[in-house]
Design a protein around this ligand. Structure first.
Ligand code: ATP
Ligand code: MG
Length: 352
């Protein structure tokens, strides 16, 4: 852990960020559960790097978390600080990255309202990620309006910071497309460039599967290996991993395609050349699933041990987490308010 408390460093966020490059980064995570390995490879790892070179804001999306959890709001409220602790535990530094809470930025809700006039229901219904989420959540007959429109609220989040680069998993690509459509419509209405288009930054593991290989690892599906997972949870998760069902005996040649153990080794093992050797050995036969699982388990245990420890330390000081979130939200409130003024101007609603 750092010697200096993050709360002191957080005060300097705005000044420090002003010396960085022109690229503005906005990412976020729904506060619907603790963060998991999918977040780590899909986006968190990149954010730790990016914070050294760019202006970066990370948004804890609590309002968006409610769009499919309004019947159980404590699921969202009880996870806000968990998510902040996860950020800090993997190396997000609030002196370099502004961490803020979506519900504390009223300009974002207002922007969502204005943008919703630029998007048709048919367009929202075509969004492939929303479509598959509606199906998996069993919403077919009763889709909350907030859920169907959450891509508009994400457009508000991104444009509210004039973000140009968004590190995300591939499920978010349709949201970025939707955002850029709104940007183009608004700019065309204004007759000048009020908002900026953004581009995604994908990692090489932009959709980490769950251990059974059937779905994307996600909080809602309950199929995660969390960053705070215990040694036992990690061991059991790896043991239960889907491999090649036709690889019955050790000497049989096995397939690495769709074999979750190898997908995870590719994503997490620090030595790519060694993983390639393992793959070749597995494919020609003579390497058992017990051995590959053991190698993966050791790799994950080693990676997650310090993260778990830091996470526990950060969670033991909730006041510090709240202070970080509150300072970051204060800075972000001002930024997003300015964008709202510009957008209202386009609609001629700044007369008072
Ligand atoms: P929920 O089930 O509540 O939607 P989630 O696990 O999908 O939660 P989000 O908060 O929706 O997580 O996603 C936050 C960010 O992490 C997004 O950029 C998303 O693309 C990325 N992400 C989430 N799951 C994965 C995954 N399995 N692989 C790669 N990236 C992921
Ligand atoms: Mg999600």
């Amino acid at each position: 852990m750092n010697d200096q408390p993050f709360t002191n460093q957080a005060t300097n966020q705005a000044t420090k960020q002003s010396t960085k490059t022109a690229e503005i980064i906005l990412t976020g995570d729904r506060a619907t559960g603790p963060l998991h390995l999918g977040h780590y490879v899909g986006s968190l790892k990149q954010r730790v790097d990016l914070q050294n070179h760019h202006q970066q804001t990370i948004l804890v999306a609590d309002m968006q978390g409610l769009t499919d959890n309004a019947h159980n709001p404590t699921k969202v409220s009880s996870n806000i600080l968990n998510v902040v602790a996860d950020y800090l535990a993997v190396g997000i530094n609030p002196a370099k990255t502004t961490i803020c809470l979506q519900s504390q930025l009223p300009a974002l809700a207002e922007l969502t309202m204005y943008y919703s006039n630029l998007v048709t229901i048919a367009r929202l219904e075509r969004n492939p990620t929303v479509k598959s989420e509606i199906q998996s959540k069993g919403f077919e007959r009763s889709i909350p309006a907030g859920f169907l429109t959450y891509p508009i609220s994400q457009a508000a989040d991104i444009t509210g910071f004039h973000a140009t680069l968004v590190p995300v998993g591939d499920d978010q690509l349709p949201m970025l497309e939707q955002t850029n459509e709104i940007v183009r419509k608004l700019n065309s209405l204004a007759g000048k460039k009020i908002l900026k288009e953004c581009r995604p930054l994908l990692s090489n593991a932009s959709r980490l599967p769950s251990t059974d290989g059937k779905n994307k690892m996600s909080k809602t599906m309950g199929n995660t290996i969390n960053l705070g997972a215990s040694e036992k949870e990690i061991r059991e998760a790896v043991k239960s991993m889907y491999t090649d069902p036709n690889h019955l005996r050790i000497e049989d040649p096995g397939s690495v395609d769709g074999n979750v153990v190898f997908t995870y080794l590719d994503a997490f093992h620090p030595e790519a050349a060694y993983v390639e050797e393992l793959k070749a050995h597995y494919q020609r036969g003579g390497l058992g699933d017990g051995t590959t699982k053991k190698i993966l388990e050791e790799c994950l245990q080693e990676m997650l041990r310090p993260i778990r420890q830091k996470r526990t330390e950060f969670l033991s000081d909730k006041a510090q987490l709240i202070e970080i979130l509150s300072k970051g939200s204060e800075i972000s409130r001002e930024k997003t308010q300015q964008v709202l003024v510009d957008v209202k101007e386009v609609f001629g609603l700044n007369i008072l």
